[in-house]
Write a protein that binds this ligand. Structure first.
Ligand SMILES: [Zn+2]
Length: 319
């Protein structure tokens, strides 16, 4: 079993920037540095290829994709009070999606034990026909479409430990019984969705699992939610791939939330995910960067995530 770490990151995403906005290019360098810190000699690093239009169309409505291009051609603008496009934003979004696709493929194919797409803009608030919450394209959903299109995986689990609920991701897969989605998120907080009762519709009932955490919860409750509750449910679902929406805005130093998670919490949850992936015989775990707005916390948390996943995967698998 490989212990390689693949980092997919691309400076082509950096032109996506609005002065003073917290979702800024320095985040990419900070998180990438954290992955490099942890990977050491096991590191493979690649740039990204933009996701092609056919792949985007598998997730997003044609009218929405056309509107994004039109806004950018017109000099940029705001989709809502948080979410902007400037010249280069569409390319950045396609590169972020492409990086996530690349990481997902590498993990499923066993090229890397940990494959981390460190790209932006993030994706989990983007729904099929709507961008919001800094997100233009839903990177993790596009990776699901790519794995399915390539015949690499059908049943896929999405682990979303960003401090915000991934409302876009849940909406896209709400009625899909072959996508398991698990999320811990602070409540009350943007976007306000993600009640425990939102568990999937129709044949997908029970495949979406939301766990709300009160402000100030800290490592104990964050770790327990994953270790004792969500990860056993993920394993029972028996996915063929695990994709992580890796946001680091639950960190105690983050300016946007107050969940008070530390590096120890991220390390512990990553270890659980790594352990589960090995028990299920998966080739690796793929991650894509979501939120996280304190640069030092981002670097340190990305590093402990990689170390935790590797450590979890290296543990002996019981018979
Ligand atoms: Zn977030």
């Amino acid at each position: 079993m490989t212990d390689r770490v693949l980092l997919v990151t691309d400076p082509g995403t950096d032109p996506h920037y609005a002065a003073g906005h917290v979702e800024r290019p320095e985040r990419r360098e900070a998180a990438a540095a954290g992955v490099r810190d942890a990977a050491g000699g096991r590191l493979l690093e690649r740039g990204a290829a933009p996701a092609d239009h056919r792949l985007l169309s598998g997730v997003h409505d044609a009218g929405y994709l056309a509107a994004l291009e039109e806004i950018e051609r017109g000099g940029g603008g705001w989709l809502d009070s948080d979410t902007y496009l400037v010249e280069g934003s569409s390319e950045a979004a396609r590169l972020a999606a492409g990086a996530t696709v690349e990481a997902a493929r590498a993990a499923v194919e066993g090229v890397a034990a940990v494959a981390f797409a460190v790209a932006r803009p993030p994706g989990h608030h983007a729904a099929a026909a709507r961008g919001s919450g800094f997100c233009l394209l839903n990177n993790v959903a596009i990776a699901v479409a790519a794995l399915r299109g390539a015949g690499l995986a059908r049943r896929i689990a999405i682990v979303d430990w960003d401090v915000h609920h991934g409302d876009g991701t849940q909406a896209i897969f709400d009625a899909d019984p072959e996508v398991w989605y698990g999320s811990t998120h602070q409540q009350p907080l943007y976007p306000g969705t993600g009640a425990r009762s939102e568990s999937g519709s129709g044949a997908a009932a029970g495949t979406k699992q939301n766990r709300l955490l009160a402000p100030g919860s800290g490592d104990g409750e964050f770790t327990a939610a994953w270790r004792d509750d969500l990860m056993p449910a993920l394993e029972a679902f028996a996915p063929q791939a695990i994709l992580v929406s890796a946001g680091y805005d639950a960190h105690r130093d983050d300016p946007l939330a107050s969940l008070l998670v530390t590096e120890a919490g991220y390390a512990a949850v990553a270890r659980e995910v790594g352990r589960a992936s090995a028990r299920m015989g998966l080739g690796g775990v793929a991650l894509t960067l979501e939120g996280g707005y304190d640069l030092d916390a981002l670097r340190a948390s990305a590093a402990v995530t990689v170390r935790g996943l590797i450590a979890g995967r290296a543990e002996p698998v019981p018979e």
